[in-house]
Each structure stands twice: as structure tokens, then as C-alpha cells.
Design a protein around this ligand. Structure first.
Ligand code: SF4
Length: 321
């Protein structure tokens, strides 16, 4: 259980930091870095409270107790009050039709058990996204305020298993810059011999060693023999082709030199070759296999975007025990 004081937001070096009380661990005032949008929501809430009549017994809290009939209001909102009323109403309003992925006897989706939707899920999702993004276990332990590292490590096992399954599915479907099949022998080869770059995998050894940040030809992947896109990169490839087409229009409108337009044309052609070949292969697959590849591709994209979402440095500072 957690509570927030009204003055729970501080800016450290300009960055918003949240101070909270972890009642379960009996720790008051641990700090956690939060996004600017979260900070703005807290500031808006503080202003809202400034407009309301003060209730001395609960004025120090960001979320004061709503009170009960025949009982004066005191202290802060409790977990039960939040979970049973506010959160449930919010979920009902936000997701009126909540269905399971299982079907009933008539082939219709079963209604999802709404009691399974609980705020604790946000905590799990937060931890899982960090684990997927490669946040160091000791940093994640701090962020989650876990007593035992074993609990934190559970998130890495889930993350690893899911990712390995996804890699196994897409590794064999990689192509080269001509669209020719260049699948990896197995998931291990995919992980060890390639690294993700913006529009596909890269197998250039020095760039693989550098984690993808050291391309000697400035990420001109469409013309590089080390380029190995797989279906998980299709949306990124499609976006790149659309961007290159827009650039070409701008180049023509600006009367740019022929070689500029030619270069853009060459890149559009090369990226399209890889993308068309992967799309063709997907279309030839039986629906179940295609669905599995698409699901694995989504999983890998999620892992990559999580890695981009979370900065790798530790964001968390703790108050003394
Ligand atoms: S251009 Fe070649 S070496 Fe550079 S990132 Fe792309 S595939 Fe790797």
C-alpha cells in the first residue's frame, strides 16, 4: 500500500521526482523519477486541491479520504477505496466491452472476468517493460523497492522466454538486401551474429560488437551486404520507404541535383525489394503460421521499443532506510 503527500513532487536537476510512502515495507519517502506528463498531472491535481475547502485531517494528502456516511473525513484514500470504487468505475467506462481470447460454444468471445483487472497489473507491466528493455536487475530492484533480488529476477525469466520464442519464429525468415532468403540457423545465431539497427538486423561484426551503434557507412543498410531484415522490421521498413518517397518529392520540388533523386530512388527500390519479398512469404504461409510470425514480430518490436523507451541509466534514488 502506498500514499502520496500533497507535496510529493520535487524537481532534481530539473527532472521530476516522486516521493512516496511504501507502507508494506514501512519506508517513507523513497524517490522515483517520473515522466514530465506525470509531473504535470500531479501539479494539476495540486492546483485542484488548492481550490477546494481545506479539511484539516486530510489536507496533507494528494488523494484525501473520500469519507463515509456519519464519519468525518481523515487521512488518505485507501487501497480498498481506490480499487473497489474509483479504479473499477474507470475500467468500466474506459473498456465497456472486455472480452477474453477464449470462445464460447457458439464461437463468440467469452466476457473477460473484470475482477482480474486490478491496479497491481500496472506495477507488473512497469517491471516487465523495464526487464524487456534490458534495465539492470539491481536498478529494477531499486525501482520496484523489492526486498529480494529473486523476486526481481522473475521478470527477466518471463522476458527472456518470450523473447527467445519470438526470435525462434522470425530468425529463419531474415532476407538480405536483394530480398533473397538469408535466415539464421537458429535463435542463438540470430542473437549472437546480428544486432538490431533502425530498419533491420545488421551482421557486420564490428557493429554487432558495438551493439549496433557503430556503422562505418552511416546506416546505408539498403546498399549493404551485411543487412538482414526480418518480418519484425516490416513496419519500420514501410515507414522508411514512405519517408524516402516524401524526401524524393521534396528533392524534385527543390530542383535538387539528379544524383540526389537517383540516390533516393535507389534506396526506395532496395528497401522495397526486401519488404516485398518478406510480405510475399508471409502471404504464402498458412494462416496459423502467419499469425504466429506476426505475433512474434510484435513481441520483438515491443522489446525494441521498450529498450528505446527506458533510458539505461539508473533513475532512482532512495531515501535512507
Ligand atoms: S549499413 Fe551495413 S554495416 Fe551499417 S548498420 Fe546497416 S547493415 Fe550494418
Amino acid at each position: 500500500m502506498t500514499s502520496l503527500h500533497r507535496e510529493c513532487l520535487e524537481r532534481v536537476d530539473g527532472k521530476p521526482t516522486l516521493l512516496y510512502d511504501n507502507h508494506k515495507r514501512r519506508r517513507h519517502g523513497p524517490r522515483i523519477a517520473v515522466s514530465e506528463s506525470t509531473a504535470q498531472a500531479i501539479e494539476a491535481r495540486q492546483k485542484e486541491l488548492d481550490q477546494l475547502p481545506a479539511v484539516p485531517a486530510c489536507e496533507q494528502w494528494l488523494f484525501p479520504s473520500p469519507g463515509q456516511r456519519n464519519r468525518p473525513r481523515r487521512s488518505h484514500l485507501t487501497t480498498a477505496q481506490f480499487c473497489n470504487r474509483i479504479f473499477r468505475d474507470w475500467v468500466d467506462e474506459l473498456i465497456p466491452d472486455l472480452v477474453d481470447d477464449r470462445l464460447d460454444d457458439n464461437g463468440e468471445p467469452l466476457a473477460y472476468d473484470r475482477t482480474q483487472v486490478v491496479p497491481y497489473g500496472f506495477r507488473h507491466a512497469y517491471a516487465q517493460r523495464h526487464a524487456d528493455a534490458g534495465t539492470r536487475p539491481d536498478v529494477l530492484r531499486e525501482l520496484m523497492d523489492h526486498r529480494s533480488l529473486d523476486v526481481t529476477m522473475g521478470y527477466y525469466k518471463v522476458s527472456l522466454t518470450r523473447k527467445q520464442e519470438a526470435v525462434k519464429t522470425v530468425a529463419r525468415l531474415a532476407v538480405d538486401r536483394h530480398g533473397a532468403p538469408r535466415g539464421f540457423e537458429d535463435a542463438l545465431a540470430y542473437e549472437v551474429e546480428s544486432v538490431g539497427v533502425p530498419y533491420g538486423g545488421c551482421t557486420e561484426p564490428s557493429n554487432v560488437t558495438a551493439g549496433g551503434g557503430h556503422c562505418r557507412i552511416r546506416f546505408q543498410c539498403a546498399g549493404c551486404d551485411f543487412y538482414r531484415p526480418d518480418p519484425s522490421y516490416l513496419p519500420a521498413l514501410e515507414q522508411q520507404i514512405a519517408d524516402l518517397r516524401a524526401d524524393k518529392e521534396s528533392a524534385l520540388a527543390m530542383d535538387a541535383a539528379d544524383w540526389v533523386v537517383r540516390n533516393l530512388d535507389d534506396q526506395i527500390r532496395a528497401y522495397s525489394k526486401s519488404a516485398d519479398e518478406m510480405r510475399r512469404k508471409l502471404e504464402d504461409m498458412p494462416p496459423e503460421e502467419r499469425a504466429a510470425v506476426e505475433s512474434a514480430s510484435r513481441e520483438l518490436r515491443k522489446a525494441r521499443s521498450a529498450a528505446a523507451f527506458f533510458p539505461l541509466q539508473a533513475l532512482h534514488t532512495r531515501s535512507p532506510e
